[in-house]
Design a protein around this ligand. Structure first.
Ligand SMILES: Nc1ncnc2c1ncn2[C@@H]1O[C@H](COP(=O)(O)OP(=O)(O)OP(=O)(O)O)[C@@H](O)[C@H]1O
Ligand SMILES: [Mg+2]
Length: 242
């Protein structure tokens, strides 16, 4: 099977300075890759580059067999959806209208998240944080993307809601063959739903495990991104110079 997205020796960063170095992976249809790592590791930077929001410094990305450089609005049409912790909803519009504007049927959204069925007439701004994020995800998945990029989708939400969101992502992968790359803070939870886990530290891959391996080595995975020993020497320099 051809990968949906193939990343080869990618380096990316800001103003020509690499923050992520030599990153390579493929994600197949129906596969979920979870990126883990400490604050500042380069997870969001990686996602931005995959979404085409940041230029590559080196390497290449192939999406659906084609090297991509198109801006996000074009790629959304071509099957890539990008969601973040910022809920992309219209606060003054009802949930129903938010779905309509996103081109997603009410039945489809309610099939994903039955709890939204009772809230269709409620304005986006009055929905709970969890409901807003279910709406965001329903809009993203309702477009049947080939690739879903999800950066801390569940940030700040209650554990039960986190599970609802991750379950829906897993189902999209299993039932629609959506390829998924997600960044999650809750390693324990995220690893339950993932096929592959990469721990990134200081812009480099430190651990690259199958979901099963990662679930069996959860302590090691957490350790890899919780320990601060051997931290960035530059950070030390900065601290010293103060
Ligand atoms: N706009 C920017 N300009 C310059 N440097 C940036 C910019 N955004 C992020 N960085 C730097 O890039 C590095 C990686 O940041 P990034 O946001 O990718 O980390 P992250 O793994 O997503 O962290 P977090 O878990 O806090 O979200 C950090 O050192 C950060 O300071
Ligand atoms: Mg981030």
């Amino acid at each position: 099977m051809n990968p949906v997205i193939s990343v080869k020796a990618m380096s990316t960063g800001y103003a020509g300075q690499p923050v992520v170095h030599d990153l390579s992976f493929d994600v197949l249809a129906g596969e979920i890759l979870c990126l883990l790592g400490p604050n500042g590791a380069g997870k969001t930077t990686t996602m931005l580059a995959l979404a085409g929001e940041l230029p590559l410094i080196d390497g290449e990305i192939e999406f659906a067999g084609v090297k991509r450089n198109a801006p996000l609005y074009k790629r959304a049409r071509n099957g890539m959806s990008y969601v973040t912790e910022e809920r992309s909803i219209f606060k003054g519009m009802t949930l129903r209208d938010n779905l309509r504007i996103g081109g997603v049927g009410v039945e489809e959204a309610v099939a994903l998240f039955p709890e939204l069925g009772r809230r269709l007439g409620v304005r986006g701004g009055l929905l709970s944080g969890g409901e807003q994020q279910m709406l965001t995800l329903a809009r993203a998945l309702g477009r049947k993307p080939r690739l879903l990029l999800a950066d801390e989708l569940s940030l700040g939400l209650a554990p039960l809601v986190v599970d609802r969101l991750l379950e829906a992502v897993r189902r999209a992968a299993d039932e629609q063959g959506t390829a998924v790359i997600m960044v999650e803070q809750h390693a324990h939870k995220a690893l339950r739903y993932t096929d592959r886990a990469m721990v990134i530290r200081r812009g480099r891959v430190q651990l690259d495990l199958t979901g099963e391996e990662a679930r069996g080595r959860i302590g090691e995975v957490e350790q890899a991104y919780l320990t601060v020993s051997g931290g960035d020497p530059k950070a030390g320099e900065k601290g010293d110079s103060r």
